[in-house]
Design a protein around this ligand. Structure first.
Ligand SMILES: [Zn+2]
Length: 267
């Protein structure tokens, strides 16, 4: 069929259409396979839906649930393994639910005092928690933050303007707890930056030299050229706090031909 199509533009359009079509098929196939497997394991379909599967999808580095389905649909992931993993998490979560409820009650009480710090974070009214800094917004000391009592995995810490925390504040306010940075904690925190500028020789090096000068570690760098003569550099770095981060951003902005520097959050 492709051979009778005259222009390459039309060919591209058709290829694109086939690819899209294939993705949609894979999504449907993946979803079906997952549900079939859940039934086989005698699980309620609820268990492999909603927040639980979203979290799972994020964790296996597929960004959305559709991506996860598509990966199952084209054979990259095995449905029985996915379902087993989610089922095990569900069981752990159920065992820990009373703990989560107890935490919520403690945090709610007005007279609550700040708990002992864990990994640089204090939670109002609660000690000894599993603390996890959320990867969607990568908070660093100095950012206003809130805690979210997860289903069975302790408290995850978000910037208070994170797109993932906003809806929860409205729907499940009892899960959102007051948290604060522990000033004595000195370990570095991860942030992601996006630098745009003119696509020219030496641009990436000059940006990386700023990091070198400030002795800031980049754990990941990705640079690419865009069609419009723009270079896009993505960086994952370790900083101590917002002051250091702002200082760094201002330094990068002063590199020749830099158009913008942005701290990145993913939804
Ligand atoms: Zn977040």
């Amino acid at each position: 069929m492709l051979s009778i199509v005259k222009t390459s533009q039309a060919k591209n359009r058709i290829r694109h259409w086939f690819r899209k079509e294939r993705r949609e098929e894979n999504i449907a196939r993946g979803r079906d396979a997952l549900e079939r497997e859940a039934r086989k394991q005698n699980l309620e379909l609820e268990i492999i839906r909603g927040e639980r599967i979203q979290e799972y999808a994020r964790r296996v580095t597929q960004s959305t649930v559709d991506d996860l389905y598509a990966a199952i649909g084209d054979g990259q992931l095995i449905p029985s393994q996915v379902v087993t993993k989610i089922r095990d998490e569900y069981r752990t979560e159920k065992e820990r639910r009373p703990l989560a409820e107890e935490m919520m009650k403690k945090a709610e009480s007005k007279a609550a005092e700040w708990g002992k710090p864990t990994q640089g974070i204090r939670v109002k009214g609660i000690d000894n928690l599993l603390i996890r800094l959320a990867h969607c917004c990568n908070p660093v000391p100095g950012d206003p933050i809130v805690g979210y009592i997860t289903r069975g995995r302790g408290v995850s810490i978000h910037r208070d303007d994170c797109v993932n925390i906003k809806p929860i504040q409205g729907e499940e306010p009892e899960r959102v707890v007051e948290v604060a940075w522990d000033k004595d904690f000195q370990s570095p925190f991860q942030v992601k930056l996006e630098v745009t500028g003119m696509d020219r020789a030496g641009f990436l090096n000059e940006v990386l030299n700023v990091l070198l000068d400030l002795k800031i570690n980049a754990s990941w760098v990705n640079a690419r050229s865009r069609k419009d003569q723009m270079a896009l550099i993505e960086l994952a770095l370790q900083v101590r706090n917002t002051e250091q981060l702002e200082y760094l951003i201002n330094k990068i902005k002063r590199v020749k031909d830099v158009y913008g520097v942005r701290r990145v959050s993913t939804g």
